[in-house]
Design a protein. Structure first.
Ligand code: ZN
Length: 302
């Protein structure tokens, strides 16, 4: 296990305990590190930085071990992907006027590439994805399969100034080195290019109300951001924050029930039954506690 520091303050000086470790035996399986799985209250010890408010897991598994778990993780969300893609595309349409051009778009952690197809539909001339899970990449449609690199996102994969937009959906709070990732984004973006991220908002009332029972208190999350800490880490890495907003997700009722703070035993019985019923497949939209943020690469900032 590896000790972590606040990604904004670069120190553990102001740490306050938030939740005791709840890992148990066999916490680290590729099933548990699969995207959009049903949360099961397994998590690291969590602390909050009293200086900036950023929440983080500490200590966490070594980075190489985490990379191995994500590489072996499975694609378990084929049906939900359609709904997620619809939501992300809706917000992409709103963000487009802020981009310097509809040139090349990169998605970090693109899974089966369901969003990349939407980006092509919206007029991007070229799309690229990076995804560590072989299972997910193999499920990609022929239209985008060759545009996806089977790898973890890192320096050296793409030329400098190559993209007009870099996206990440439910990815950023999984990153061990968010500052390094944002610096890599800077290098591969053209000046004025955008980062566009959507993920959990630790400051949303749903998560504050549920506390440790919130689905975001989960072993997959290294850092948990709210609107303010998310804006701070973008500014720290030389981005101008153009927009921060609450995200309204639309998913079938069976998916929402999997995320609900119910005992695992009840969910194991309930979710498959809802999945097979007309009521359970009904799609419902609400603000479940996600944020979106758009940052613009300002080359004059270090
Ligand atoms: Zn801090």
């Amino acid at each position: 296990m590896r000790h972590t520091l606040c990604a904004i303050c670069d120190t553990d000086r102001w740490d306050r305990p938030l939740h005791a470790e709840a890992l148990g035996d066999g916490a680290f399986t590729s099933e548990r590190f699969s995207a959009r799985r049903t949360p099961d209250r397994v998590h690291y010890r969590m602390v909050r930085c009293a200086n900036c408010g950023l929440i983080r897991s500490d200590p966490v598994l070594e980075e190489a071990e985490l990379a191995r778990l994500y590489a072996q993780s499975h694609l378990t969300y084929a049906q939900e992907a359609e709904f997620a893609g619809e939501t992300y595309a809706r917000y992409l349409r709103e963000v487009l006027p802020l981009a310097p051009a509809q040139g090349r778009l990169l998605e970090i952690g693109c899974g089966s590439g369901f969003f990349l197809e939407r980006a092509l539909d919206l007029g991007f001339t070229e799309v690229c994805g990076v995804e560590p899970s072989r299972d997910a990449v193999e499920a990609a449609s022929p239209r985008v399969r060759d545009s996806i690199r089977l790898d973890g996102f890192r320096d050296g994969l793409f030329p400098e100034g190559h993209f007009s937009m870099v996206c990440g959906f439910q990815v950023f709070d999984h990153l061990v080195n968010p500052n390094a990732t944002l610096q890599t984004c800077r290098r591969i973006l053209r000046p004025g290019g955008l980062v566009f991220l959507i993920h959990h908002d630790a400051g949303a009332w749903t998560h504050r109300l549920l506390g440790e029972r919130s689905p975001i208190i989960d072993v997959e999350h290294i850092y948990l951001y709210d609107r303010r800490t998310m804006a701070r880490i973008l500014v720290k890495n030389g981005f101008d924050v153009l927009r921060v907003f609450a995200v309204r997700n639309r998913y079938p009722i069976y998916y929402w029930s999997g995320m609900a703070p119910l005992p695992s035993g009840i969910k194991r019985g309930l979710v498959p039954r809802l999945r097979n019923s007309a009521l359970g497949r009904l799609a419902v939209a609400w603000n479940a506690g996600n944020l979106g943020i758009v940052g613009c690469f300002n080359p004059e900032k270090i």
